[in-house]
Design a protein around this ligand. Structure first.
Ligand code: VJV
Ligand code: CA
Ligand code: ZN
Length: 400
């Protein structure tokens, strides 16, 4: 071996095809696949690759994606290019139908789109496969976590729902899968896909509410009262829990909330596999987010879930301040392997200047992101206590 000891007990695998990095949503689009280059460089600079098994998964095939998605939608996704976009008037109708149209440019058609979606989905499916084979206790795919995609529509920067596909794969051997989503946005696509089954429980923490212009924070769903289907004969009833939060939630509040609520769900639902979406847009200073979390508080969610010793799939998601996305996913990789990382970034890091200078985090792995705070904390102690009480009330459905 190379000096870093493999941790006892945990086998961690890292599933990543570097080709995803070279895809561009467009120059000023907030979703930047090159944040994965930064994350990978940090992970390598700290030597974490020696503490895990590395895999370069192949892209998923059309048929594999069709396990969840409509074939007609996939056919469209496979055939559209920026070049043929406006040449065919019949396409315009489908653009609208499949979530690309409107004045919104959330889901642009870009070069290599099909390749991009098959790569990140292939990685999530391969990660799930490793858990099923018991080749890993924790499998990681930072390129996945695209929780808004629907079976026949793109939404919110997501075209194919790799999370649903991975969970479907886990369901071939696991009776109960718990999905947890710490992205600042509601995990609506995953929730909807499994709303009629009791074999998947979906739990999302997110910003919810109207802004000063009366527009709801995307995607506008995820109220505490949304607990899945209301029809008592529907098996999915009660197998959804939404934790809507206000702007500016801080480390201590979030950790307390996450530990209390997630702990209660795991205890009651008794999942045999867990999928944790680690969207890094819940960090302080995120370009789109509203929360004020530091990297270690975000990482606490991984630590806490890991402590239950249940097969765990970790996936990425949102995150729009690339240097902090990279820091967070590097830290969370280290949490999985049981490694402690030095706060001074390694000198030999190829992209050191991206993390250097006071405004970029001063060459540290754990800069204080509260310094970049742009959102006052609207979450009072009383509101959070009421929220937890309401969440516990919702969980009573599970007792049957
Ligand atoms: O809020 C929305 C929808 C609009 C219409 C489109 N305009 C641009 C914004 C308002 C109602 N969409 C959200 C989607 C967030 C998706 C989050 C995805 C994830 O993190 O949960 C998982 C990966 C939104 N917020 C900000 C933007 N869209 C946005 C989109 C752009 C943009 C700037 C902001 C698209 C293109 C360009 N700039 C050039
Ligand atoms: Ca969420
Ligand atoms: Zn998000």
């Amino acid at each position: 071996e190379y000096g870093i000891e493999k941790p006892k007990g945990y086998k961690v695998s890292f599933h990543y095809n570097a080709e995803v990095e070279y895809h561009h949503f467009g120059s000023s689009h907030p979703m930047k696949p090159w944040r994965l280059t930064l994350a990978k460089q940090l992970i390598l600079a700290y030597g974490l690759e020696y503490a895990m098994d590395l895999y370069q998964p192949r892209p998923a095939t059309f048929d594999e994606l069709a396990i969840f998605h409509d074939r007609q939608y996939l056919g469209f996704l496979q055939s559209i290019t920026p070049q043929n976009l406006d040449s065919d008037p019949a396409k315009a109708k489908y653009l609208e139908l499949f979530g690309f149209g409107g004045e919104s440019n959330d889901c642009p058609v870009f070069d290599g789109l099909w390749n991009y979606v098959s790569l990140y989905s292939g990685a999530s499916m391969h990660a799930a496969h490793n858990l099923l084979n018991q080749q890993s206790d924790i499998a990681i795919n930072w390129s996945g976590g695209l929780h808004h995609a629907k079976k026949n529509a793109a939404s919110g920067f997501c075209y194919v729902n790799d999370i649903v596909l991975a969970i479907q794969h886990l369901l071939t051997q696991h009776q109960r899968v718990l999905y947890i989503d710490v992205d600042v946005h509601h995990g609506d696509g995953v929730e909807q896909a499994f709303e009629s089954t009791d074999r998947v429980f979906t739990l999302s923490y997110h910003k919810y509410g109207l802004d000063k212009w009366g527009a709801g924070f995307f995607p506008g769903t995820g109220n505490i009262n949304e607990v899945g289907p209301t029809d008592p004969s529907n098996r999915g009833k009660g197998h959804t829990l939404n934790i809507p939060l206000e702007d500016g939630i801080d480390d201590e509040q979030y950790k307390w909330l996450f530990k209390t609520v997630t702990g209660a769900v795991i205890l009651k639902y008794q999942p045999t596999a867990i999928v944790l979406q680690c969207g890094a847009d819940s960090l302080g200073g995120d370009r789109l987010g509203r929360f004020n979390l530091n990297i270690k508080a975000h990482g606490f969610c991984v630590e806490h879930v890991k402590s239950f010793n249940i097969p765990l799939l970790l996936i990425g998601g949102g995150g729009y301040t690339p240097r902090n996305v990279a820091r967070t996913w590097c830290h969370e990789t280290a949490v999985c392997t049981g490694s402690e990382l030095h706060n001074n970034l390694p000198m030999h890091l190829p992209y050191l200047q991206a993390f250097d200078g006071a405004e970029n985090g001063g060459g540290m792995l754990y800069p204080n992101l509260h310094n970049t705070k742009r959102h006052d904390n609207q979450n009072s102690r009383e509101k959070l206590q009421k929220l937890v009480a309401h969440a516990m009330e919702n969980l009573r459905y599970l007792e049957g």
